[in-house]
Each structure stands twice: as C-alpha cells, then as structure tokens.
Design a protein around this ligand. Structure first.
Ligand code: IVH
Length: 674
C-alpha cells in the first residue's frame, strides 16, 4: 500500500470509527461487535505507525477518553438513588394525594412542585465543605465516579459557601446534570462544523459529556447542574423540602431549582402549576419532561417510606409524549425468547423529540387489529420520555386504497412450525421450543450485559452458533472446544480463546446475575436482586411456593406464578441440572456492609492458570469478600491476579499501571483479611 492509499484508508477508518463511537458512547446503541471495532482500531494504529506524519489529534488512536466507560471506578449509593413513580393524569395525582393523606391521617398536605429535569441524576459529596466525590446514578445502587468531570462544571462549587450557614461536616446532595437547549444547539453546531458526530438530544449530550474519561473534554461542554435533594447533612435536619430548596442549598451556593417551583396545598394548585410549566415547555431553555410533586414535610418522608424502587412521598406527573406522523412501510414479525411473535412496524424515518425513529413494536395481533394499522398507513408515533416509540393510531381517512392489512403468519417465520394463539386470542407463539429463533434469543439474553456478561459473545456469534447446530441452549456454550469456535466465520483463535476464558470466568457469577440470565419471564434485574436477597441459591428459589414468594416485599402474584411455573417446567429443570453439572451453582453472597468485606469496591481480573484454587473458586471467594471480578482489564481494574501462562492481560495491566499480583500474594491478601 502506498502513502496516498494509506491516507485514504486512514480517513475511511476514522470516519467509520467516529460513527461507531457515536453509536456506542452517545446513543448507547452499538451496531457492531466490540471485536470488530477493535480490529478497526488495530488496523488504524498499524497504518499510523507506518506513516506517523499522518497521525492527527482527532484520530481515535489519540483520543485519551477513547477507552470504554468501564474506565470509571464505582461508587455505592447508600441509600440507593431511587426513581420516581410516573403518572400521566390528574386522576392519578388525586389518588396520590389521597393515599398520602390517608397514610398520614391528615386532612390536607403541603407539596412542593418542581420541574422534572430531563438530564442525568448525580450525587455530590462534600466533606469539610469541599467537594470530595461526584457520581452518576448508575443502576441506583452503584454508579460511576465522575468527580474529575463534575469538578469542571462551573455551577458546581468546589468549596461550599460558609458565610450564611456553616457547611456540615459531611453533606450529600443529589440533583441533575443537564445541558440547556440553546447550549446544546451551539454545541452541535460547533461539532458539525468540526466534522464531529452531533448529539441526538440534550440529555445524550449531557450523559456523553459527563462520562468522558478525560475531564478536559467535559470541561469544554456546557454542563449545568441543579440540586433538589438533601440526603445527608451532619448535624442539620431541615424540616421541609421547601426550606432545603429555598434556604439551605442556596446558603451553600448550591444551585437548586429556581423559579419555577411552588408550594401547593391541593391537587388544584398542583394542576395549575403543571399547566403553566407544560405551556412554557417549548420556550423553556431547560428540557423538562414533567412535574415532580414531593410532600413538603421531611418527617413525613420517613413515615411514608418507600415501595420497592420509588418513594411514597413523591410522584412525577409526566408531560404528554411528543409525537409525529409517519408512514408504515412494512410490518415484519419477530420471534422472541419465549416464542412470542411480535409484529414490528417499519416506519419512514421520522424525528421525534430529537431522535430518529425507524421502527416501533406493535406488540401483538390484538393491538394491530384494535388500532387497525395497515401496511402503507399514516400513523401517529409517540415517544414517552425516552422509552421505546409506539404507534398510537392510524389515520384511515388518509388511505388511498393500496394499504395492505397485516396478516399474522400461521407458521413461525423462523422455523416454519405451527403458530399457536393464546387463550385470550391476543398473543401468537411459535409452539416449538427448539425454534432456532427462540434459542438464539434465550442465549443472547443469557450472555448479555445485565446477565452473564460474556465478553465477546455478541448477537452475531450466538446466531452463528445456533445456525450451525453447535449450540441449542446456554449450557452448551461451556462444552465448546477451541476447534468449534474457530469454525465460525470471522472468529480468530485469539477471540475464541477470549470468549472461552470469559465463559470460564462466568462460572463464578453472582446469583443475582444468574437469575437474570435464566430468563424467567417477568424477572429482570430488579426482581432478580430481590430474589437473590431472599434465597441463597437457585435450588432454594426453585423450592419456593407461590405463597413463600408473595411474602417478599416487591414480589406480586404474577411474578410469583411465573417463578413457580419456570421451575416446574421439566425443560428448565434439565437446563438447571446441566448448569450444576458444569459447576455453575451461584450462591448469594452475604456481604456484611458493616465490615467483613475486605475486597469491597475492588475490581479484579484473574488470568493464567491458578494453582491453589480453580478460577471459579477464586472468583467465588473474591466475590464473597466484596470484589467484582471481570474478564477484561481496564482503567477500572484494581488488581490483576496472574498465574503461569498469563499473556496479554498482564501486558495491558502494565500499560495501564494496574498492579499485577501472583497467586500467592493474592491468597495472602485474602487469607489475612478473611
Ligand atoms: S427527586 C426519590 N426531583 O427523575 C426520587 N428527581 O425518576 C429522588 N429528576 O433519577 C429524585 N427532576 O434523575 C427529583 N425535581 C426533581 C427531578 C428528579 C428530575 C429525575 C432524577 C431521578 C428521576 C426519577
């Protein structure tokens, strides 16, 4: 390759990688496997090494923040950062007011109404009046440490103001980081002029900016903060939320919701406030997606308490979704993990609230019929907040006569088996458990991030494994040999080894994640966490009756039924046995938050052969002591424990300055601690 060819190729790769960075970091919707991306990166780097004069600052190889987000340390949130129950009409607000009044035995309650900011929740910790930590919400329990980045936000004081009210020894406050619409427009214009990918909306821009590994990048972004909750303040106990917003936070020069916020003593006055901010929504410079209503008296917060994920003392009345009219190009049918056939509307791309929408689920045949949606129809599509778009209605009066009614296929589009209609006549299912589409979806789910998180095992690979008959269900993955993996197209020996290592590593998975991975209908990450807190093992959970399950806070009748049904299905039992034969039998970790978790907060990677313990046993022990064990080395890794035969991970650790321990040293560390 000559110089000008290299130059062209370099430019092409950079363009491609910019695109994929954008999908991955900003939209959180990658289009390619990590391995594919890595290959591009390697190729680009090789070319730049051959032609160093072609290296430019904007090359992905020169981007300091180019490493994945795993590069942040984690921060535990105690108490967890909750979410707000969302309601959509006045009636629900009346019910909220009634339930608060009933629970408190009061005729009338004062509420604080605030805008619901559409940004990114953060927590700030000040000690001795100094900002010592800032973190993102993450999953509510564990977030990312973004202190260096938050320090660059001009509206965040690094030192609290002390003239009006001396700051407490320790202060924990929560709020929202966002970008105003005008700043967002300017930021995008600048990026466009500089040939960089633009952000889809202010919220993504704020999230992308806050999660930059290089604080200098964050510093160049117009981030804003508003704080709305006081979590802890040593020696200070305000009595009312209004005072927190109006007196305490401002006294320390912390930015709290300025106008509009309002003290209201009835649903009528809340609705009046809601009407005003809704009307001003499009003119306001800050993105709002509703009104937050909080009980004013803070002692009531304690009395009302919390239901599984959201407090009883607050509620969010959401603004109606923004919508747009577009056309249905086609309706295709997808087969899910449980065999359910879901019609999917393929739309003429349309922008709604800053995001381009191309498809929308139509859920089931009942929905298609009820809404009378035909191929070729004009339809109203909405996005509520930033959740999945959906089709609200069709416009029959705009039909030309060429529209085609949708017909649910009677044979599974993937395996040609008979499709069975559910009793209520709404759901269609492919009745064949061996349907490859179902197998694929179940295995993809098993390997996905919130579940077993098998690094390198992407959707395409899973599809290929099932297509060539190597794998039917998740346990089969563990029996594959190197020669099986490399049979797959575009699977090199190195990648295969990495996947096999990740699989091996995953045998020490936490119970909570394993429960997610099993794909029990209705059991997602949140419920899996609850179940793992109540049962020490999968076996124990499998023995639970509906009654046992119902006794758990946060578990309702449908979930209880679904769990019991799952474990009584012989096919699932067979799979569970296969897992336990493989040595996959995760147990709940009893991490005593008080003291006996010496590895708490540390992230470890094991590599190479261990002598004293098997990899799984070492993983289990480390996790029992509070560590997180991952498969790949990143800036977030605290230690790499390397045995004989370790290779690239040690090199990577060295290049990142991550300490590498041998097995003996590691054992000394845990045995001394344990
Ligand atoms: S209070 C226990 N106040 O909404 C709830 N949240 O769904 C504590 N949010 O993660 C939050 N504006 O990111 C509260 N004025 C406001 C808010 C607000 C936006 C976000 C926040 C939270 C989410 C909850």
């Amino acid at each position: 390759m000559n110089r000008s060819e290299a130059e062209r190729e370099i430019r092409r790769l950079r363009r491609l990688m910019h695109h994929h960075d954008y999908r991955y970091y900003v939209l959180d919707a990658p289009e390619i496997e990590d391995a594919e991306y890595d290959a591009m990166f390697d190729r680009l780097r090789a070319l730049e090494e051959a032609y160093p004069e072609l290296v430019t600052e904007d090359s992905p190889t020169q981007r300091v923040g180019g490493a994945p987000r795993e590069g942040f340390r984690t921060v535990e949130h105690v108490p967890p950062m909750l979410s707000l129950r969302a309601v959509y009409d006045e009636e629900a607000l009346v019910a909220f007011d009634q339930s608060c009044r009933r629970a408190l035995g009061r005729e009338q309650i004062d509420y604080v109404a605030e805008p619901k900011y559409d940004g990114l929740a953060v927590e700030l910790v000040y000690e001795g009046g100094r900002l010592v930590q800032a973190s993102t919400r993450g999953d509510g329990y564990v977030g990312e440490d973004v202190t260096g980045n938050v320090r660059t936000i001009p509206s965040v004081p690094l030192v609290l103001h002390e003239e009006i009210l001396p700051p407490p020894r320790r202060l924990v406050v929560r709020g929202e980081v966002y970008i105003t619409r005008s700043a967002f427009a300017a930021l995008n214009a600048r990026r466009e002029a500089e040939g960089e990918a633009t952000f889809a909306n202010p919220r993504n821009a704020a999230a992308g900016s806050l999660r930059q590994l290089d604080p200098r990048v964050t510093a160049a972004r117009p981030l804003q903060i508003v704080l709305y909750q006081l979590v802890e303040a040593t020696g200070i106990s305000p009595r009312r939320q209004w005072d927190v917003l109006d007196r305490f936070l401002p006294a320390w020069h912390l930015r709290s919701p300025d106008e509009p916020k309002r003290l209201c003593n009835s649903v009528e006055s809340l609705m009046a406030y809601y009407g005003e901010i809704l009307e001003g929504r499009d003119d306001a410079d800050v993105e709002m997606d509703g009104m937050v209503v909080k009980v004013d008296r803070l002692d009531y917060w304690t009395m009302l308490g919390t239901r599984s994920r959201d407090p009883r003392w607050a509620v969010a009345l959401k603004f109606p979704a923004r919508g747009a009219v577009t056309r249905v190009r086609d309706i295709v049918v997808q087969v899910g993990r449980t065999g359910r056939l879901t019609p999917l509307a393929m739309l003429d791309p349309v922008r709604i609230g800053g995001v381009t929408v191309r498809r929308a689920s139509l859920h089931n045949r009942g929905e298609v019929m009820r809404k009378d949606i035909r191929i070729g129809d004009h339809v109203l599509v909405q996005r509520a907040g930033d959740v999945i778009p959906y089709v609200v209605r069709s416009f029959p009066d705009r039909r030309t006569g060429s529209e085609q009614p949708f017909v649910m296929p009677t044979k599974c589009p993937e395996c040609d088996s008979t499709v069975v209609l559910s009793e209520d006549g709404r759901d269609d299912r492919c009745a064949f458990v061996g349907c490859p589409a179902q197998q694929k979806e179940r295995i993809k789910h098993f390997a996905s991030k919130g579940a077993m998180d098998i690094d390198g095992l992407g959707d395409k690979t899973v599809e290929a494994l099932v297509d060539c008959g190597l794998v039917e269900s998740a346990p089969d993955l563990y029996g594959l040999k190197l020669q099986d993996w490399v049979r797959l197209e575009r699977m090199g020996e190195k990648s295969a080894q990495n996947i096999m290592e990740a699989l091996e590593q995953s045998k020490g998975v936490e119970l909570r994640r394993f429960l997610v991975a099993l794909g029990i209908p209705l059991v997602g990450e949140h419920l899996a966490r609850i179940l793992a807190e109540h049962y020490p093992s999968v076996d124990a959970l499998g023995r639970a009756t509906e009654e046992d399950l119902l006794a758990i806070d946060g578990v309702g009748p449908e979930v209880a039924r679904s769990v019991v049904a799952f474990f009584s299905d012989p096919r699932n039992r067979e799979i569970l046995q296969a897992f336990s034969r493989l040595g996959i039998a995760p147990r709940a970790q009893r991490v005593d938050r008080g003291g006996r978790a010496p590895l708490q907060g540390l992230t470890l990677v094991f590599t190479g052969r261990l002598e004293r313990y098997s990899r799984e046993e070492a993983t289990r022990r480390a996790e029992a002591l509070g560590a997180r064990v991952t498969g790949s080395v990143s800036g977030e890794t605290d230690y790499v424990v390397a045995g004989p035969g370790a290779g690239s991970k040690v090199a990577r650790a060295r290049s990142l300055g991550v300490p590498v321990l041998d097995e003996e040293t590691f054992l000394a560390m845990i045995e001394e601690e344990a």
